[in-house]
Design a protein around this ligand. Structure first.
Ligand SMILES: NC(=O)c1ccc[n+]([C@@H]2O[C@H](COP(=O)([O-])OP(=O)(O)OC[C@H]3O[C@@H](n4cnc5c(N)ncnc54)[C@H](OP(=O)(O)O)[C@@H]3O)[C@@H](O)[C@H]2O)c1
Length: 525
């Protein structure tokens, strides 16, 4: 009787989870409202299995996100968390270990919320190669009254495919009728097009595409999501969102951090694999894709893949690669731990891409990203063309208008345009309209991982990458990766804590353009 009841409630939850995906914004946000951050739809009860539960990602992102969801009442009370890793540990030891991790991320940790969440955490020890741990995991999951299971690979990427195979061998890849089984795959997804294809093929041997959730957490950031709303829920932007009005687009993602112990990883990845192939290209897609008929997983991902197929691969002449040297109290890349003292790995890249379609033909897209730079900033700039004719007698040329979407810091948007300075003469000044999430909406902005975890629980894959999408992204960077790996060019060196290599500025200056200084560097330009 109990099992039957469990089955029917699980089936109801699963059916709810399988409903057509509807993106969040469930109630209209009211500026100034006590808590105007919209709530996601309630998630069904799940078993959330974390492979790599003792790792950095779990401690800094996953468990804090689950804690925040629990604190907001968005985590179904029937959900449980099952941690998996190689080391021996009791359930209580894992709980204590994770408590310290969450406390480090959430200064005002609510002991009551944590205790209720901790009571639902348990541990299974095992190695990904050996069947024993998966058998124990299957036994633990078999007795749970949940709508489905989510397997999260917070492990080294080399074991993603092994985990998928071991889950299948333990009978966990195919859910019982009325339930779901989903596999979340962390980044990096492959190291080039061939390895991404191979990984897709291995995963698809055991799971259907509808069960796979490939993460790019950048897609879940508020401003990235707002890009879709800005473009497709307003009528004033779309008419100018094309080559008739836009001169060029800039996408910038810079940070002051160096290797922070990730030297070994970075030596094999470099900036192209670390952020260009995924985050920057995803932002490009959201910014440039055609309007989808619905904002759901299928339609949005179809449009992104279409957009990627129109992106021309950058030529070496349109790229600049840099590497930081010591400066402003920081060591250079070659002096970082686990880095070859003669390494030519790029810690910075700037490039020009073209989107060869009706909307964007002739509009350059400039992308740049780097480590150990003067600020942490991530933003998209739409630089409009100058007006075709200015009927005022002015002493200086007018500035062209600009729309800046800030992903961080100070998530929001600014429109810069020309206005008349008060007085008898017509003199122009650059003025701006500014929207800041922090000022317009009360309530903390949810971390990207909170959004992603809820989406997986709800079966909404809109913010996750499809197999063909991730392969298309690798195809775009493939020629540049090949150039770097075959020719091994000496990077343009730049000072740690500075603006990046001069050559990156020359890339735009040679076309009569300039990089906008990111928000975190100097406001108001
Ligand atoms: N950290 C981040 O901020 C971040 C951001 C984005 C993406 N990612 C991705 O997330 C994944 C995890 O990164 P991380 O930084 O958390 O790595 P990590 O700190 O090295 O943790 C790896 C985890 O996997 C476990 N593990 C490793 N090999 C195992 C094996 N053969 N069998 C069983 N368990 C094994 C480790 O636990 P034991 O040693 O106890 O077994 C540990 O819990 C990586 O793919 C990374 O690229 C991380």
């Amino acid at each position: 009787m109990r099992a039957e009841e469990a089955g029917s409630s699980a089936a109801r939850d699963a059916a709810r989870a399988a409903e057509p995906a509807v993106r969040r914004v469930e109630r209209e946000a009211r500026p100034g409202a006590p808590d105007s951050v919209s709530r996601a739809k309630p998630a069904p009860a799940c078993a959330f299995v974390i492979f790599g539960v003792t790792g950095d990602l779990t401690g800094r992102k996953l468990i804090p996100a689950l804690y925040q969801l629990a604190a907001k009442g968005e985590l179904n009370e029937g959900s449980v968390i099952v941690g998996h890793a190689r080391r021996e540990m009791t359930d209580d030891e894992l709980r204590a270990y994770l408590r310290d991790k969450v406390a480090a991320e959430v200064p005002d940790l609510d002991a009551g919320v944590w205790e209720r969440l901790a009571a639902r955490i348990s541990y299974v020890q095992g190695d990904y190669e050996s069947a024993d741990g998966f058998v124990r995991l299957a036994q633990k999951l078999a007795g749970l009254d949940v709508a489905g299971t989510i397997f999260y690979t917070a492990t080294p990427p080399e074991v993603y495919a092994t985990i998928a195979r071991s889950l299948a061998e333990a009978g966990l890849a195919r859910p019982a009728p009325g339930r779901f089984a989903r596999l979340v795959v962390e980044k990096p997804f492959g190291t080039d097009e061939a390895s991404a294809k191979e990984l897709n093929a291995l995963l698809l041997e055991h799971f259907d595409e509808s069960q796979l959730f490939r993460i790019d957490h950048y897609l879940a950031k508020e401003t990235a999501q707002n890009l879709g709303v800005l473009r497709f829920a307003n009528s004033m932007f779309e008419p100018v969102w094309n080559n008739r009005y836009v001169d060029h687009v800039q996408i910038t993602m810079i940070e002051p951090m160096g290797m922070e112990g990730r030297g070994r990883f970075y030596e094999s990845a470099g900036v192209l694999r670390d952020v260009f192939q995924n985050h920057l290209l995803q932002l490009l897609a959201l910014m440039a894709m055609e309007p989808p008929v619905r904002f759901d997983a299928r339609a949005v991902r179809d449009e992104k893949v279409k957009l990627f197929s129109a992106v021309s691969c950058p030529s070496p002449a349109d790229t600049v690669f840099g590497q930081y040297v010591a400066g402003n109290g920081a060591v250079g890349y070659r002096q970082e731990k686990d880095v070859d003292p003669n390494s030519k790995q790029a810690t910075y890249a700037a490039m020009q891409l073209r989107v060869e379609n009706w909307r964007w033909s002739g509009v350059p897209f400039y992308l740049r990203s780097g480590k150990r730079l003067e600020a942490k900033a991530s933003e998209i700039v739409l630089q409009f063309k100058a007006p075709p004719h200015v009927p005022f007698a002015l002493s200086a040329p007018v500035h062209a208008d600009r729309l800046v979407m800030r992903i961080m810091p100070d998530e929001g948007m600014t429109i810069r345009f020309n206005g008349k300075r008060p007085g008898q003469k017509v003199e122009l000044d650059r003025i701006g309209l500014d929207f800041s999430y922090g000022e317009s909406f009360a309530g903390a902005i949810p971390d990207a991982y909170e959004t992603l975890i809820l989406d997986v629980m709800n079966g909404d894959a809109t913010l996750f990458m499809r197999a063909d999408e991730v392969e298309a992204q690798w195809r775009i960077v493939a020629p540049v990766l090949a150039y770097l790996e075959e020719r091994r060019p000496t990077p343009a060196f730049y000072e740690a804590g500075g603006r990046g290599p001069q050559q990156a500025y020359a890339l735009l200056e040679s076309a009569g353009r300039e990089w906008k200084r990111p928000a975190g560097v100097r406001r108001g330009d």
